[in-house]
Design a protein around this ligand. Structure first.
Ligand code: NAP
Length: 244
């Protein structure tokens, strides 16, 4: 794919590590202005050392007002990737209220909050936009010890569809990507144990987990004009897991 995001301002949340960090680095190759948002300052400092052209912004997305104010300082944004996420894994009967609230605040409420500010400005500026939410295969399939994570990603998928419905008439497309396990810090949390990994790998027809670049390729495609008629989809990147 020949991609150019020249003159575009692109915001990636959760860009301190994992998928978001690699995504920010990849997007910086397409000539746009990349803004990397995350919670831990030191992660963004090392990202900036890796590529000084990437702008960074430190904010905890669970803080509604601080997040809104931070986003307002970097408008306009033409492309947004809502990638920040947490996974609190526990048996359903043991999951605590604080784990529930943290998961919903980061994985769902922040997507709502940040997208609202960004999309409102896109509409004011009368500019087309593309928003990609990083969901998960866990939005469609129940995974043991993942009750609140699955619920949060189910909510992300419906938010994706409702945003696509309401923002489409303003020429703002909204889609989600739904990866299987990727061996980031989060992936290792749930699937580093070989026994658990095997049980998941056996259900993936391609017989392996996803690579970070395979998720990034799909996000870049959905951000770009190459997907100009695609709006409201939840795209599995799962080697066929959800097909079985
Ligand atoms: P990760 O390596 O744990 O990175 C998560 C990123 O989100 C970090 O940069 C973290 O910030 C940021 N973040 C978390 N809480 C935040 C908060 N309150 N405010 C601001 N930023 C916050 O996870 P990942 O594997 O790259 O996951 C990225 C996305 O992919 C998530 O939405 C996840 O649910 C989804 N996903 C992951 C997998 C997988 O197996 N890895 C599979 C499907 C979907 P810091 O750098 O400051 O810690």
């Amino acid at each position: 794919m020949n991609i150019s995001f020249e003159s575009k301002r692109i915001l990636v949340t959760g860009a301190g590590q994992g998928i978001g960090r690699e995504l920010a680095l990849r997007l910086s190759k397409y000539n746009g202005t990349v803004i990397a948002l995350s919670k831990t300052k030191s992660n963004l400092e090392t990202l900036k050392q890796q590529n000084p052209r990437i702008q960074t912004i430190v904010v905890d997305v669970t803080d509604w007002e601080a997040t809104r104010n931070a986003i307002k300082t970097i408008l306009p944004i033409h492309m947004l990737v809502n990638n920040a996420g947490v996974a609190c894994l526990a048996p359903f009967l043991q999951l605590t209220e604080s784990q529930f609230d943290l998961t919903m605040n980061v994985n769902v409420k922040s997507v709502f909050n940040i997208s609202q500010v960004v999309a409102e400005n896109m509409i004011e500026q009368k500019c087309a936009g593309s928003i990609v939410n990083v969901s998960s295969q866990a939005s469609h399939a129940a995974l043991k010890d993942h009750s609140v994570y699955c619920a949060s990603k189910g909510a992300v998928d419906m938010l994706t569809k409702t945003m696509a419905l309401e923002l489409g008439p303003h020429n703002i497309r909204v889609n989600s990507v739904n990866p299987t396990v990727v061996m980031t810090a989060m992936g290792k949390l749930g699937w580093e144990d070989p026994k658990k990994a095997r049980s998941m790998l056996e259900k993936i027809p391609l017989g392996r987990f996803a690579e970070v670049d395979e998720v990034i390729d799909a996000i870049v495609y959905l951000l770009s004009d190459r997907s100009s008629m695609i709006n409201g989809i939840t795209l599995p990147i799962d080697g066929g897991f959800l097909a079985t």
